[in-house]
Design a protein around this ligand. Structure first.
Ligand code: FAD
Length: 467
């Protein structure tokens, strides 16, 4: 057992919390979305929460932790869904939320600290020069930019810009290593993949440089259809219209909108109505309306037409994993999956899954740009019964050419988002030789016989194959 009293002493001057109830609180994320992770991770807790305010304090903390052989698990706002920020082996939870300064804003880019809340970052870049992040998770109001880079993948805006996996969507990261004498590395281009979506297993991000896009007063629109597949076809047509500037296109199957979106329910005609959640630039609204009429969609809601938006959430807080959150609030027996429907026959693949599962797996899609093509990612709800049935549902998807990024696993590899390979592992050996950063999350580190070539499909490909 590490000598935490001594560690506390050595960290004098840096904010440290050792009250077990508060430490436990900061050792959680949204792992409970998964009934499987809930069971596996419920008892996980750290020993100390350390909250640095500068890079120098991060370096000091890592130096002390290294000397004592104590694990360090970084944390932004703890909104990750797969137990990413949970300290499986106890130790220090490195709470980065107080490193929240914006340092520089330039045309097309911003430099800031990792702990800033994403919506606050957007607020500052918009006020400075009418710019905003290219895309953000639906948790923008609560999540940090550092946590997004280390634990997220894409979100609102990915229909135009793709995701964090795409070259150019992160410009530069400053990263502190976990060594006797921590070093500061500056990563750009291909090297960024060593740290993005790596759950903080190979360095603490202390500064980020992100690209910006012009900011708009996006209009939220809900379009209604009585048949979910009509909604999906409309979304697909919309996504392919080159001239329409859109930030979000998400078809959501009945009865989800009527049953679980209470603030929007007054705008939805009946329980059988599926919707497409859209965010569109104000100058594109006339063309969008014309297309919607032609495709027999019914505009149910426009944020620029309602008397007041008071109490009505942003449209993007109906999409991405907020769809799951809203359903879970009403019916805790729900869980979800993350599905890829590869183009060009993504619509047909969705149709097949709807036909097979019906209301057991109510549909929710997010249209995105993926390797230059339009396709859809799915975050369908699942009416959970047993682990075995969940595995069966996953297998049926995969057998029909719809890969699953499994949100019921806490390791990088099993989740299927991030491929580890020899390059990634070599980087970890160099930056974290004792394996103290977020231990238990990278199988390749824990198991020297890990087969890198297991032939799985990964969202963030390994560094060797990356091109
Ligand atoms: P945390 O959960 O605190 O951390 C995430 C990971 O990053 C952890 O492994 C942590 O150890 C590591 N980490 C944190 N800070 C650092 C750092 N400075 N250096 C190194 N490692 C670090 N995700 C999406 O991608 N898109 C979405 O649209 C989306 N929607 C969501 C909706 C809901 C309702 C919920 C609950 C989650 C959603 N998520 C989504 C997941 C999550 O909210 C985002 O990925 C979010 O950006 C994570 O930020 P965070 O600050 O909460 O990170």
């Amino acid at each position: 057992m590490a000598d935490y009293a001594k560690i506390k002493q050595e960290l004098e001057g840096i904010a440290v919390e050792d009250n077990p109830a508060l430490v436990r609180q900061k050792s959680r994320d949204f792992y409970w979305y998964s009934p499987i992770l809930k069971e596996e991770l419920d008892s996980v807790t750290g020993d100390l929460v350390v909250s640095p305010t500068t890079e120098e304090e991060v370096i000091r903390t890592l130096k002390v932790a290294f000397a004592h052989g104590v694990p360090v698990t970084p944390r932004g706002a703890g909104t990750g869904n797969y137990g990413q920020a949970m300290p499986l082996s106890g130790g220090i939870v490195l709470n980065l939320i107080n490193m929240n300064k914006v340092k520089e804003i330039h045309p097309g880019r911003v430099i800031c600290e990792p702990g800033i809340i994403i919506a606050e970052l957007d607020r500052q870049t918009k006020a400075h020069s009418g710019q905003e992040l290219r895309f953000h998770p639906s948790t923008a109001q609560t999540a940090t930019i550092g946590g997004f880079i280390a634990g997220g993948s894409g979100g609102v805006g990915s229909i135009h810009w793709g995701g964090l996996r795409d070259l150019g969507n992160i410009l530069r990261l400053r990263v502190v290593t976990m060594e006797a004498e921590p070093r500061v590395l500056e990563l750009t281009a291909w090297d960024l993949q060593k740290v993005s979506h790596a759950y903080g297993t190979n360095g603490i991000i202390t500064e980020v440089e992100m690209p910006l896009a012009p900011a708009y007063d996006w209009v939220d629109v809900l379009v209604g259809y009585d048949d979910f597949m009509d909604a999906v076809r409309f979304a697909d047509t919309l996504a392919h219209k080159n001239g329409l500037l859109l930030k979000e296109i998400a078809p959501i199957a009945a009865p989800i909108p009527y049953d679980y979106f209470p603030r929007h329910k007054p705008f939805i005609r009946h329980r059988g109505q599926s919707i497409v959640v859209v965010m569109i630039a104000p100058h594109a609204i006339d063309a969008f309306t014309a297309l919607t009429e032609r495709m027999k969609g019914e505009i149910l809601f426009r944020s620029d037409k309602v008397e007041s938006m008071k109490g009505i959430p942003h449209a993007y807080e109906l999409g991405w994993n907020h769809t799951t959150l809203r359903a879970l609030k009403v019916d805790p027996s729900f869980t979800y999956l993350q599905v890829q429907y590869p183009s060009p026959d993504h619509v047909a693949k969705v149709g097949k899954m709807v036909e097979i599962f019906g209301d057991e797996v109510p549909g929710h899609l997010e249209f995105i740009k993926f390797d230059g093509n339009i396709q859809c990612a799915g975050l369908p709800l699942v009416r959970y019964t047993t682990k075995e049935r969940l595995e069966e549902i996953i297998k049926i998807h995969e057998d029909h050419g719809c890969p699953i990024f499994n949100p019921h696993r806490y390791t990088l590899e099993e989740g299927g988002m991030k491929q580890t390979d020899e390059v990634q592992l070599a980087f970890k050996k160099e930056t974290d030789p004792k394996g103290l950063l977020n231990p238990g999350k990278m199988i390749a580190w824990e198991n020297p016989d890990f087969d890198f070539k297991a032939g799985k499909n990964y969202l963030f490909p390994g560094l060797q194959s990356f091109a």
